[in-house]
Write a protein that binds this ligand. Sequence first.
Ligand SMILES: C[S@@+](CC[C@H](N)C(=O)[O-])C[C@H]1O[C@@H](n2cnc3c(N)ncnc32)[C@H](O)[C@@H]1O
Length: 231
Amino acid sequence: MTGWIAIVVSGLLLAGLLYWLLVMTEGVFLGRRVVVWLYDITAHQYDGIKEFDDAAERFFVIRPLRHHLRHLPNPLILDVATGTGRLPHYLLNEPDFHGRVVGLEPSPKMMGFAAGKLASFGWRSMLVRQTAVPLPFAAGAFDAVSCLESLEFFPSAAAALAEMARVLKPGGILMVTRRRGRDGRAFLKRYRNVSQFEQMLRDLGFSAVNTQPWQIDYDQVFGRKVTKVEK
Ligand SMILES: C[S@@+](CC[C@H](N)C(=O)[O-])C[C@H]1O[C@@H](n2cnc3c(N)ncnc32)[C@H](O)[C@@H]1O
């Protein structure tokens, strides 16, 4: 009898461990390749699971980004970990948006879905298959860099943010997300509270750092790359 109890308890512990490693933290403790592989094998379900609401995406994602870019007629934006092309899709579908968007994504399957959504925008959208570090772009190339719901899955959020800071123009806008709440704490030492996250951005050379609650498990965090004069 005790033998059976030991087997059941071990099975439950193993199931819990696998759930935490593969579902809650999406493979991040198993390495970058596992994270990307998990997105590859689940890419066909991604949009169905997320059920993006068009009005909410326009109001909570596109509107604040465009507000920061309102003085630029043709901004160039980089979306790191673009997934199935969420941000480029909504941005380029805005009738009065005349800029261009580069989407960077390491999972070929996720990128395939993004390519399908963005095909009609021709030269105004470009997809690059690559991880966030290093970014294959020159310093100061972009007016804005975004990274939604992804930083917590990178080997180092700080290293990725440093790359985003490098490719931004001085005065350029950063829009990223911070995993929060119980889901965020499942990432253990990788978790940063609001003040730790904001301090990381300031240490990387961002000013006007500002956190806005967004979804149950994510905040939006904005920053502006400091210009030489401000330094
Ligand atoms: C939750 S999805 C978010 C996708 C998109 N930003 C969105 O909001 O729908 C996370 C994305 O991060 C990508 N990713 C994982 N590791 C990465 C890395 N090291 N560098 C860049 N992207 C990565 C995954 O392939 C996946 O597409």
